[in-house]
Design a protein around this ligand. Structure first.
Ligand SMILES: Cc1cc2nc3c(=O)[nH]c(=O)nc-3n(C[C@H](O)[C@H](O)[C@H](O)COP(=O)(O)O)c2cc1C
Length: 328
């Protein structure tokens, strides 16, 4: 465990704030698979290989999406401290093993949109509960699409009824395949329940899936649902895509994911994930073909107007800080 040091001209307290903000990002099973290293002139983002999910996420794709989301929060938090972040993805030899480095790119003032995104960092959370039966206005949809574009990614909005039915089928199929795979089930069990600082506690589990559900949400062993408590009939469903394949695109998509989720939060919208159809390789391939073959599906979100839900736990900064680099 390392101590926080001054970096990028920020005091220790400010660096701690920035890293805490990064850690509020969503991550698959709340594994928080990131580590940060502080050097005099940069912050490095690294993956934490001890927090991989080899069965659920064998290629570390969702691990990198999660790290990309943390990177987006880090960028915002630096802007909140007047720093314009200069990000290099997959920097190679200048920071061996790092997924990204962030340097000081000068001073930058905040615009109102960025201010709102920053304010949404601590209030955004995955909402697995039923939403209100209120449609998402079309201008909100456009704002979400623009948010993904700003981060060089693509948000495909599922509006066509046939496409919707097909996607429901793919999610349900992937859910069945994962439910029948002991290693995937074991990872879900490991990360579900009351753990110290990570995982998905019962208060965040949503409601127990039921056979009548149109969308198969992941089963985090929530309490039985009350009779008559069903999901909204028509959530906004979107597929976040990258334009190409590989680690760099995944880090970019992770940043886009977080910009989309924070934008949703600023609009009063809640979201939850339905990643199963992307995690199961043959189902993902089928989804890619259904999307036309040139986009790489990265995650599926259900979005709507939800009721408040509690936050999930996070680890303390010292637990995800690597030993500092003495001289840069
Ligand atoms: C790449 C990725 C995939 C995820 N997949 C799912 C999923 O399939 N089902 C789900 O309920 N939550 C999913 N989540 C949400 C995480 O479980 C959630 O972010 C984490 O528990 C932290 O909670 P918070 O989002 O409320 O901060 C995913 C998150 C990420 C980043």
């Amino acid at each position: 465990m390392a101590n926080v040091t001054e970096v990028l001209g920020l005091a220790v307290d400010e660096v701690t704030d920035v890293l805490n903000a990064a850690a509020l990002a969503p991550s698959v099973h709340n594994t928080q698979p990131w580590r940060f290293r502080l050097a005099r002139d940069r912050i490095e983002l690294h993956a934490d290989p001890t927090r991989r999910l080899p069965a659920t996420d064998p290629e570390d794709r969702e691990l990198r999406l999660s790290c990309g989301a943390a990177l987006f929060n880090l960028r915002l938090a630096l802007r909140d401290h007047g720093i314009r972040p200069l990000v290099t993805l997959m920097p190679g030899a200048e920071a061996p093993g790092a997924l990204a480095t962030v340097r000081r790119g000068g001073h930058g003032d905040l615009d109102e949109e960025t201010r709102q995104l920053i304010r949404a960092i601590p209030t955004r959370r995955s909402n697995r509960k039923p939403f209100r039966d209120v449609p998402v206005p079309v201008e909100h949809r456009h704002a979400l699409v623009r948010a993904a574009e700003r981060e060089r990614s693509w948000l495909h909005v599922v509006t066509d009824r046939d496409e919707r039915a097909r996607l429901q089928g793919l999610v349900a199929r992937a859910q069945r395949i994962q439910a029948g795979t002991p290693e995937v089930r074991a990872e879900l069990t490991d990360w579900t329940g009351e753990r110290a600082g990570d995982g998905i506690p019962s208060k965040s589990a949503g409601v127990r899936p039921a056979p009548q559900d149109e969308w198969a949400l992941r089963d985090f062993q929530a309490a039985e649902r009350k009779p008559g408590k069903d999901y909204e009939s028509d959530p906004l469903v979107v597929v976040l895509c990258s334009f190409y394949n590989g680690p760099l695109a995944e880090l970019q998509a992770g940043q886009a994911l977080q910009r989309v989720l924070l934008t949703a939060a600023t609009l009063g919208l809640s979201a939850s994930f339905m990643s199963q159809a992307i995690e199961v390789r043959p189902v993902r391939d089928e989804l890619r073909r259904a999307l036309g073959g040139s986009l790489e599906p990265q995650t599926i979100l259900r979005i709507g107007f939800g009721s408040p839900v509690p936050s999930s736990p996070r680890r303390a900064v010292r637990e995800f800080l690597l030993e500092p680099i003495a001289a840069a």
